[in-house]
Design a protein around this ligand. Structure first.
Ligand SMILES: *Cc1c(COP(=O)(O)O)cnc(C)c1O
Length: 964
């Protein structure tokens, strides 16, 4: 007997990942195709997509490599990164992520695959974790209210300045910025100010601030070079001018220092990175934003609030959700959508695990080491310029700064070269006696004696005066005292995680958000020390692995999109939009077309589109959609004629948020170009195009890609994300650069760039490894198959649901794209059942609801992605069909319009403890679906009262009495 001869490619498992990523097996694919009257996946192309958008030439990235080979390759790349002890500071510090948090949160799909908590009943775990984060920020900053994170410190500062401009009664169009702010913060504020038309005065706020006029003053506390100032006078001067005082603060220093709130500062921003989140060569990290209660309704970002559920029990939710962008649109004041939930959760847990005393010990140690270092340097004959500092020193080294920094690098230490005469040194949680000795070695001169650490520890005096030290207690809530043993911490994190529905439990069919598999292999590299341990401003020769990975990823993305260059700096889709529009504006200005300030946006657009246009200084003009959900060509022509030579851009989502490939995409782009405008493509729906169509070749000039949608970066419960933008060659010179790391945009030309849009040169660098691995393992064949399967899955769902729910929009041949919208408007008229009732009833079946009421009110937008197999999709369809029958019972009078199974959904275990009085069985309430007997999801709270929560906005942990 002879064995069949296997194919060598199969032996190497090449391409094996494709079947791991794509949910349906060949048999299921055949069955679904048969439902739709097809026999082959490829036939979908002709059925669903317009012929004129298809790729003319095949992708270049043809290779597909195995999971094992990807890991090997990434290990090789990581060897090109050199992890030095980075004492550069400037907003990034080494830190120790407690292993219990790394294993149970960062590397736990229960946390990282969750979605933004729009459905609070299935998100109580991460909502509690975020409330802890908010409480920690409130305590440390001394403010009254804090949000649940922003993208990074620099954009948070820009948001704070913009908010101050809205709130200040001083009409002057200028902001005063402390010259000792981190340079990237100043750069991002300047970029924002240019588009919104106000002046940025950079100077020393502690000298003659009175002589300037401004609507806000922004200071760094402690300064970027370490000095701690009394902020009292700054606040007084600002308030006298009806201006707001904004402080960008270092979180760890606030453990010891008088908090900005105690000086009367109005807004405090900063980064929570050094609370256990690795530097990751720039990100992702959570920024924070805190202010006074009176300003809460003007705050950007998401706010977690306390409300009540249908049983009157305390329950958490996102507060003031009506402020979200899809409602504010062109009245929006901020475009933040995806933020940094996972990182805020980690930073919050870091505080929970250490508690106030633990943090005091960490901060105290860092500070003590800094003082010993300074004393030692002084003994060695150096002038330490810093007088009052927490962890950062400036040392005077006339004409020797570069040389000393080079000597430090010989010892694998990075220092900050401030100018030819000054070196900056920032210590951190990982600093030890060994670090101090190594530093002294670097500074050693033959004559000087080597200092003795113990002796210095005994003799140095506190350098911070009492008036600047914190005297009030913080982190007093029980949550910060209960979980200091690893056992209790592990159980607390598990308890929270099991309250939530994430992708590790069931499909999350969120239209427009593409909740696909985040494969374990893709997640590995970001945990490697050689990727996570790098400072974003480390010299490039130490980061060659990253540079290689970026270059390869940019090539892959250019190949997939047909663009000529990419910028990896924007750290969310919204930031990509803003950046892309700035690039377009700059292009027009360079061409002498300063008058082009109109941004055309179809009515169906995502709310971030108009919000980003406003931030980019453009005026939004809405283009109508026709009855089929397509951009109305008549209205577009009319608007183009009306605004003609003032049109800067059309922002269009393709396929549209209505879930169909419109036929006229190319025509639309041609029309806009005829009028001299540029086409911005919102690439959130790129999962429907990958491998089939290249936007850059069919009319788009710029597009952002949400790699946290299409390219497998997990949503993290509402972030991190990244929103890199691709552009045609004519726009490449204007892509962002960076004030600290040069040559971030190699195409930069004589007209300069748009400036800087994020704190780190390559944004949230470490998670780009995820998308790199995804593309490498899928290859051209896998990516195309994924796209076709995503379209197949969506059309299969549309086919199964169509007899029960109207499908709102379809395209050619009655096909949808990669998502479909089911229309629930009629139920409200017929029997009072709303789309919210349906969403909450899905929880009883163990499902997270699809996208609710976007882009059309009272509809559900369903996107299964390619990762869900037929069985799971059928389970989901069966649930929706069963719910439809429950609605029919109300319509035909068999069930009460108020007292029914939909209205009371979701049903919690607490109902089991009461006498059963509901007009339906417990079986129907709790176990309505398939296969629930063995694995029932029990929602921890009943339906949450949104109105109550918005009337009584409470965004901190419940008062102490509630725990007794
Ligand atoms: C998700 C999304 C955005 C915003 O992207 P973020 O990464 O959340 O900022 C923009 N447009 C559409 C259509 C989206 O689905």
């Amino acid at each position: 007997m002879t064995l069949p001869r296997p194919n060598l490619n199969q032996l190497e498992m090449r391409g094996d990942f494709i079947r791991r990523h794509i949910g349906p097996n060949p048999e299921q694919i055949r069955a679904m195709l048969a439902e739709l009257g097809l026999t082959d996946l490829e036939q979908i192309i002709a059925k669903a997509l317009p012929a004129d958008i298809l790729n003319a030439e095949p992708l270049k990235l043809t290779e597909t490599i195995s999971e094992n080979a990807v890991i090997k390759h990434l290990r090789k790349i990581r060897e090109r990164n050199k992890v030095f002890t980075s004492l550069i500071g400037m907003g990034y510090y080494d830190t120790i992520m407690p292993a219990v948090i790394k294993r149970n949160v960062l590397e736990n799909p229960g946390w990282y695959t969750a979605y933004t908590p729009y459905q609070p009943e299935v998100s109580q775990g991460r909502l509690e974790a975020l409330l802890n984060f908010q409480q920690m920020i409130v305590d440390l900053t001394g403010m009254e209210i804090a949000n649940a994170s922003l993208l990074d410190e620099a954009t948070a500062a820009a948001e704070a300045v913009a908010m101050a401009r809205r709130l200040s009664h001083n009409p002057v169009q200028a902001v005063f910025v402390d010259r000792d702010c981190h340079p990237q913060t100043i750069a991002v504020v300047q970029t924002r100010a240019r588009s919104l038309g106000y002046q940025v005065i950079v100077g020393d706020p502690y000298r003659g601030l009175d002589r300037h006029d401004f609507f806000a003053v922004l200071v760094q506390y402690p300064g970027s070079q370490g000095e701690i100032h009394d902020l009292g006078e700054i606040v007084e001067i600002a308030h006298k001018k009806s201006a707001l005082a904004v402080a960008a603060a270092d979180l760890l220093s606030l453990v010891l220092l008088k908090p900005p709130g105690a000086f009367g500062v109005d807004i405090v921003v900063g980064s929570a990175q050094r609370f256990g989140v690795p530097m990751g060569y720039g990100g992702p990290h959570a920024a924070f934003f805190a202010t006074q209660d009176e300003y809460k309704r003007s705050m950007p970002g998401r706010l977690i609030g306390v409300s009540k559920d249908s049983h009157g029990h305390t329950a958490l939710r996102m507060a003031l959700q009506t402020r979200e962008q899809h409602i504010r649109r062109d009245k929006a004041t901020s475009n933040i959508c995806t933020s940094q939930v996972l990182l805020a959760v980690i930073a919050g847990f870091y505080a929970v695990y250490h508690g106030a005393d633990g943090l005091r010990m960490i901060a105290g140690r860092v500070h003590r080491y800094a003082q010993i270092l300074a004393a030692g340097l002084a003994l060695m004959g150096y002038e330490v310029v810093s007088r009052r500092y927490f962890d950062t020193l400036v040392v005077r080294v006339p004409n020797r700064a570069k040389r000393i920094a080079a000597q430090a690098m010989e010892a694998s230490i990075n220092l900050r070269v401030i100018d030819p005469d000054h070196i900056g040194i920032s210590l951190d949680e990982t600093t030890t006696r060994k670090t101090l000795r190594a530093l002294w070695q670097v500074f050693a001169t033959p004559a000087a004696e080597f200092p003795d650490i113990n002796r210095l520890h005994e003799s140095v005096d506190e350098c911070i005066p009492d008036a600047l030290l914190r005297s009030d207690p913080f982190l007093q809530h029980p949550v910060f005292a209960r979980y200091h043993s690893e056992t209790e911490m592990m159980r607390y994190m598990r308890r929270l995680a099991r309250r939530d529905i994430a992708l590790d439990r069931s499909m999350i069919p969120l239209g427009s958000c593409t909740m696909k598999l985040n494969a374990a292999t893709e997640m590995q590299a970001l945990s490697y020390h050689e990727f996570s341990g790098l400072h974003p401003f480390a010299p490039l020769y130490q980061t060659l692995g990253y540079q290689q990975m970026f270059a390869e990823l940019e090539d892959m993305l250019c190949d997939l999109t047909g663009f000529d260059a990419f910028s990896l700096q924007p750290n969310a889709g919204s930031q990509g939009e803003y950046t892309g529009l700035l690039v377009i504006r700059k292009f027009h200005q360079v061409n002498g077309q300063h008058q082009r300030t109109i941004c055309l946006i179809p009515a169906s657009a995502h709310g971030t589109n108009p919000a980003s246009a406003v931030l980019a200084g453009l005026k939004v003009v809405v283009v109508a959609c026709d009855d089929n959900g397509n951009v109305s060509l008549d209205d577009l022509k009319a608007k183009l004629a009306e605004y003609h030579d003032t049109v800067a851009a059309l922002m269009i989502t393709y396929p549209s948020t209505h879930g169909v490939f419109e036929e006229a995409f190319r025509t639309i782009c041609e029309l806009v170009h005829q009028h001299g405008g540029q086409v911005y493509l919102d690439g959130a729906n790129f999962n429907a195009l990958v491998g089939l169509s290249r936007p850059g070749k069919i009319g788009a000039d710029v597009a952002h890609l949400n790699l946290h949608k299409t390219f497998s970066i997990p949503h993290g419960g509402g972030g991190p994300g990244v929103g890199p933008i691709g552009v045609g060659a004519h726009l490449a010179p204007y892509l962002p650069d960076h004030p600290v790391v040069k040559n971030v945009n190699p195409n930069k030309g004589p007209h300069g760039t748009i400036g800087t849009v994020a704190a780190a040169p390559w944004g949230s660098a470490s998670i780009y490894t995820i998308s790199w691995a995804y593309i490498a393992m899928m290859g051209a064949a896998g990516l195309k198959k994924a796209t076709l399967t995503a379209i197949l899955n969506a059309n299969y769902i549309a086919k199964r649901l169509a007899p029960h729910y109207p499908i709102l929009y379809t395209g050619k041949n009655g096909w949808v794209a990669h998502e479909c919208i089911i229309d629930c408007r009629a139920f409200k008229h017929a029997c009072g059942i709303t789309v919210e009732d349906i969403a909450k009833r899905l929880i009883d079946f163990g499902f997270h609801a699809p996208t609710v009421s976007f882009p059309v009110p009272e509809t559900l937008m369903i996107e299964p992605t390619e990762s869900e197999d037929k069985e799971e999709i059928d389970r989901f369809c069966n649930a929706l069909i069963a719910i439809r029958q429950e609605i029919a019972e109300i319509e035909n009078g068999n069930a009460d319009p108020e007292n029914n199974v939909l209205r009371h959904a979701p049903h919690t275990h607490k109902l089991l403890l009461e006498e059963w009085t509901l007009p339906y069985s417990r079986q129907q309430a709790f176990f309505p679906g398939d296969d629930q007997e063995d694995d029932k999801y029990w929602p921890p709270v009943g339906r949450i009262d949104n109105v109550y929560g918005d009337r009584h906005v409470i965004c901190t942990c419940p008062p102490l009495e509630d725990y007794q």
